[in-house]
Ligand binder design. Structure first.
Ligand SMILES: [Zn+2]
Length: 197
């Protein structure tokens, strides 16, 4: 992996910074902590709504809600388990670091106002592995890259694609929130985290 950085051309050394690594881990953690706070609240709200709906004709009878309540609880525990597995996988991904590669295919779909609706990127890493990037992760960098461009893929980052020639793209996409920052910025104008430069 190359690390030379001249102007805004090159891959950033920031990902090796211990402060940055800590910030990224906290950022990913926070997202999942939020899910685990929201899930029990959602369960209680949905349980109450179900109780009210089933009790509309007569008085609400919570004993009658025992079975639907348990079924609902089961569903929520299952969802929580899935989120937990996804969380553990993303922490593991972060530990994988980054790989350099090239954009070998870009598939774009436009909206009526010419903004990008869908974007799929296929990257090929130096060791010949193909990585498919889609959704918001791809849309944020899509307008600034072409097939054949050099990129670095950071495993586990919310926005994992680092453009090699940021000078040509004219923006520096935040690896945390995907905000398009000015090239001269060191911190993201949206989430205040360190940028790759
Ligand atoms: Zn940001």
């Amino acid at each position: 992996m190359e690390n030379e950085f001249a102007g805004m051309i090159g891959f950033s050394k920031i990902p090796e910074d211990s402060g940055f690594k800590k910030d990224m881990k906290n950022y990913v953690n926070k997202k999942y902590k939020f899910a685990f706070v929201v899930l029990p609240i959602l369960y209680i709200i949905i349980y109450q709504i179900t109780a009210i709906i089933t009790g509309i004709k007569d008085e609400i009878n919570y004993a009658r809600m025992l079975i639907p309540g348990l079924v609902l609880l089961g569903i929520f525990v299952l969802v929580a388990l899935v989120i937990l597995i996804v969380y553990l996988l993303s922490v593991k991904k972060l530990e994988k670091g980054a790989k350099d590669g090239m954009v070998i295919k870009i598939k774009k779909q436009y909206k009526e106002d010419d903004s990008i609706k869908k974007c799929i990127l296929i990257l090929e890493t130096e060791d010949g592995k193909k990585i498919k990037v889609k959704g918001k992760k791809a849309i944020t960098v899509c307008p600034y890259i072409s097939e054949g461009d050099k990129v670095r893929y950071h495993y586990g980052y919310p926005f994992p694609v680092e453009i090699y020639n940021k000078d040509a793209s004219g923006v520096n996409v935040c690896p945390f929130c995907g905000f398009e920052n000015e090239l001269k910025s060191f911190k993201c104008a949206h989430c205040n985290n360190m940028l790759l430069k």
